[in-house]
Design a protein around this ligand. Structure first.
Ligand code: GDP
Ligand code: IMO
Ligand code: MG
Length: 421
């Protein structure tokens, strides 16, 4: 059996939570492979909404096993809060969720370092979610991090203190006020809670599942344009959000990857700083934000909004080897007279069809205009219900990117999902 992957193709918040929850019915295992509680994946069903941070979006399906893979960074405190809310909703979480011993732990001081570093950057700040993601991955790469499996060691507290003291020494260079003790007791309690879950050797578990014909769906966090290597560096997150990240984060060989589902919104959003060529600063951008409820699921920050960008989308499709596309949230533009898609750029005065290296470059999008569909897409239940203008919009995208759009989401609910033939 192969490993299928679901990935965001833009700057995050494409609707991964909704899609993974939907697709989970066809899989036995759902696995997060990177990122951490910087993610906020929303799921709507039976009139209720849940926002998942570190827990995979398959937990609401009774026959799935969910794993937090070794590539994830886990904050025991947010993990506990999240799990308790899910358990309150009646989900027997401990039966459905396993955690890899290789996932790295976010310490309270990682969050403080995140905040101190961002404050020191002033105007050039990344716009981090301040969950300690960057500093935790930094420690992982520096080979000093603590992992979930380390919590089982007799000298765990000693190792925690050692790392904490290194952090405190590092923090001395910042003019930044903090209280390092404030969250420590709560964090240690949350570590005990984490230990009540099944802690696994995730890479053996995942490969064994594939060997026994159990289907795995890997759930990406963030989006391809936030990838540490190929995103709009330095305005990125600190992990590989693209498809190879699933192999590394789960311990699965590249040859075992099957379908790569790429998710994109019918327009674009971005939270935090960094280049966004099709961003709209006018009332149309405001309308996208209002109609699409484009406010961060984690931080509540207003998301920057703009038109669909085919240069960036083609780049993401290339990086990930996307086999199937999923288009989200076209219903947000139901009452638009005109809809635009960027098909190229003028960069520093020259035509350009690649995403530029230089984040300071002057990027002007070249647009193609489409007639709005003036319809209520949210009520559509099959492709036959789509107005012609919307069909034309989809056809144009497919012709440009040369990958089929297999699923179209027309609202936040599970029911508002259309599979194309
Ligand atoms: P994720 O991080 O990729 O899981 O996405 P988020 O949950 O952060 O943001 C997506 C938002 O759009 C959530 O509020 C979803 O409930 C909502 N959503 C998902 N699909 C659709 C859709 O097709 N139409 C509309 N209107 N909202 C959607
Ligand atoms: P999901 O999984 C949107 C953005 C932050 C910031 C940058 C770095 O819900 O799509 P970090 O906290 O990782 O150091 O922040 O990345 N960012 C996201 N934007 N969706 C996310 O996750 C994000 N996770 C991080 O806003 O610009
Ligand atoms: Mg999100």
């Amino acid at each position: 059996m192969k490993l299928d992957v679901v990935l965001g193709l833009q700057w995050g918040d494409e609707g991964k939570g909704k899609v993974v929850d939907y697709l989970a019915e066809g899989y036995q295992i759902i696995a997060r492979f990177q990122g951490g509680p910087n993610a906020g994946h929303s799921i709507h069903f039976d009139g209720k909404k849940y926002v998942l941070r570190s827990v995979p979006s398959g937990v609401f399906r009774k026959d799935t096993t969910n794993i937090i893979g070794g590539g994830v960074v886990l904050d025991p405190v947010t993990f506990r809060e999240e799990c308790e809310a899910i358990e309150e909703a009646g989900v027997p979480l401990k039966e459905r969720l396993y955690v890899s011993k290789k996932a790295h732990l976010i310490l309270p001081t990682h969050r403080i370092i995140d905040a101190a570093q961002e404050a020191a950057k002033g105007k050039s700040k990344i716009g981090s979610t301040l969950k300690g993601i960057g500093p935790t991955y930094t420690d992982k790469i520096s080979r000093v991090g603590l992992r979930v499996g380390d919590t089982l060691a007799a000298n765990f507290k000693e190792r925690f203190d050692k790392l904490k003291n290194q952090h405190l020494a590092y923090l001395k260079q910042f003019d930044f006020e903090f209280n390092a003790q404030e969250h420590e007791a709560e964090w240690m309690d949350a570590v005990e809670y984490l230990k009540s879950f099944k802690l696994i050797d995730g890479e053996y578990f995942a490969n064994d599942c594939l060997d026994h014909n159990r289907k795995i769906l890997a759930e990406g966090a963030q989006g391809s344009m936030l990838d540490i290597d190929y995103g709009s560096y330095p305005f990125v997150t600190s992990s590989n959000t693209i498809c190879p990240g699933a192999c590394v984060g789960l311990g699965i060989a590249p040859g075992r990857v099957g379908r790569v589902w790429g998710i994109f919104k019918a327009y674009c959003t971005r939270v935090g700083s960094g280049p966004f060529p099709t961003e709209l600063f006018d009332e149309t951008g405001e309308k996208l934000r209002k109609n699409g409820f484009e406010f961060g699921a984690v931080t509540g920050r207003p998301r920057r909004c703009g038109w669909l960008d085919l240069v960036a989308l083609k780049y993401a499709i290339m990086l990930n080897g996307v086999t199937d596309l999923i288009m989200m949230k076209a219903d947000v533009m139901d009452d638009f007279d005109t809809i635009k898609i960027a098909t190229g750029y003028i960069v520093d005065g020259e035509p350009c069809d690649i995403f530029p290296f230089d984040t300071q470059a002057d990027i002007q999008p070249v647009y193609k205009e489409f007639k709005g569909w003036h319809n209520t897409l949210g009520e559509a239940r099959s492709e036959a219900d789509f107005p012609q203008e919307f069909k034309d919009y989809i056809k144009f995208i497919e012709e440009q990117v040369r990958v089929p759009v297999r699923i179209i989401s027309v609202g936040p609910d599970r029911e508002q999902t259309i599979i194309r033939g």
